[in-house]
Design a protein around this ligand. Sequence first.
Ligand code: BV8
Length: 251
Amino acid sequence: MVQAVRALRPARCVVVATGAGMSRDSGIPTFRDALTGVWAHYDPDELATEAAFRRNPARVFGWYLWRRRLVRAAVPHAGYHALVALERIVPELVVVTQNVDGLHRRVGQSRVVELHGSLERFSCLAARHPFPPDQVATPDAEGECEPPRCHRCGAPVRPDVVWFGEMLPQEATAAAWEWSTRCDAMLVVGTSGLVQPAAQLPLVARGAGAVVIEVNPEPTEISAAAHITCRGPAGAVLPALVAALTERERP
Ligand code: BV8
């Protein structure tokens, strides 16, 4: 932790790259956690594809609505608020997230790049016509749910997330790469580093001379690229890190 504080103190530009582990301490299962309830026997990598949606739209759409319900009930933990506080200490800070739960935005983080879209946005399968999220009712129980039809072209409505096999949004990808080549330090929080191309970001940052700090209770595919490792949960490590940085800030 001391090394991480020493590395962050002089940093003028910091990227915080977060994955599903960032939301674990708010009770949201990580992507690799076994799914529970009606979804227990599905593999998320299979459900999170266009092919799965075309094969069984009600099953995939129901899974996303269940996740949106879970996320809406979640309370962002102290680690989320620590990253908002970090914005006041570091001259330039951006959060680049793989998560689709919208928790960084919910706590008021000013700069968030969502690489994989959001559970709160919807568009149609045929032409990605936007669909009003308030017209997507949240079912009371877990289970399959027939998606509504696009008002413009009648195609089934899908969640506005990036499925496996789909390109990431152009703008978000360009911004993430730009920030990763410019930053002095990158905090990599709660990602296994299994999903591409997001997993390249720590390598891009390191290659451009940034200090890479990993926050994760377990070793990951990213660990080899990290100069500094804080082995622990985001909900505890991030508040401690920011408190230590704030301490020396006091006159
Ligand atoms: C792409 C939105 C170009 C959906 C997600 C074959 C064909 C096509 C592509 C591929 C292919 N084979 C491989 C690929 C590439 C593929 C990929 O990477 N596959 C992997 C599985 C091998 N990538 C893609 O398809 C990407 N697109 O490549 O386009 C292309 C196009 C066509 C043809 C070829 C190439 C699109 C990837 C985006 C997928 N969408 N999300 C949804 O959410 O439903 S990714 C999904 O996984 C989530 O967003 C999640 O964030 C993300 C990554 O997982 P992690 O965040 O790392 O979460 P994970 O569970 O893995 O790890 C959690 C970590 O937290 C662990 O390390 C754990 O230790 C830690 N942790 C636990 N508790 C805590 C904690 N940390 C801190 N505190 C705690 N308390």
